[in-house]
Write a protein that binds this ligand. Structure first.
Ligand code: URA
Length: 191
């Protein structure tokens, strides 16, 4: 598993399939621990991810780490993290369909190697890629879908939570808390 991932990563690091290769500082392939249980797929690298070459290391990433920590999970031990596309779109605009299409091979290969029993689909860009026929993220977050390798659950993107401060019952943060607890419940059942 590790060697296969290294080999796709090396391919990805020199990829020039789309225009984003001209503006990126670093390719952002993955972080966390390769495993067949829990994988999170986000949207695209932002400013800090591009600088550091790692996914979810900016403010949204720090919140994501706290969300995982709240149920005893961590990227160092339990979760493999990657994005729908591996290079930062200028000014953090949404990835274009052709960028998603040319990068798709890398995401598909990561998932094919890992065959994760749980995939967390983080935010609407990832939702569009992995479950294109699903309704919007607000309708489907917290619901389980059957995927090629196991279960998939769409969850809110942490940057959406950063824009919505409330922790009241029914708020995005509160809903995320319900979702991550459900994820942990199913994750524990895998063991
Ligand atoms: N948002 C994402 O979706 N992915 C990252 O890596 C960082 C921010």
């Amino acid at each position: 598993m590790f060697e296969e991932l290294e080999s796709v990563k090396n391919k990805c690091l020199t990829c020039t399939l789309c225009e984003l290769s001209k503006t990126r500082t670093n390719v952002v392939f993955s972080d966390g621990i390769p495993n067949n249980k829990l994988v999170l797929v986000g949207e695209a690298p932002g400013y800090w991810e591009d600088v550091k070459g790692k996914p979810f290391v900016g403010r949204a990433g720090q919140l994501l780490d706290k969300i995982f920590a709240s149920v005893g999970l961590s990227r160092e031990r339990d979760v493999y993290i990657c994005n729908t596309i591996k290079c930062r779109p200028p000014n953090n605009r949404n990835p274009l369909p052709e960028e998603k299409a040319s990068c798709r091979y890398f995401l598909d290969t990561q998932l094919e190697i890992l065959k994760p029993k749980i995939i967390l689909i983080c935010g609407s860009v990832a939702l569009n890629s992995l479950l294109p026929d699903a309704r919007g993220i607000t309708s489907v977050r917290g619901k389980w879908f059957e995927g090629k390798y196991g279960k998939m659950m769409p969850i809110f993107h942490p940057s959406y939570l950063l824009r919505n401060d409330s922790r009241e019952k029914g708020s995005p943060k509160w809903l995320m808390w319900q979702d991550i607890k459900e994820v942990k419940r199913v994750y524990d059942d895998l063991n």
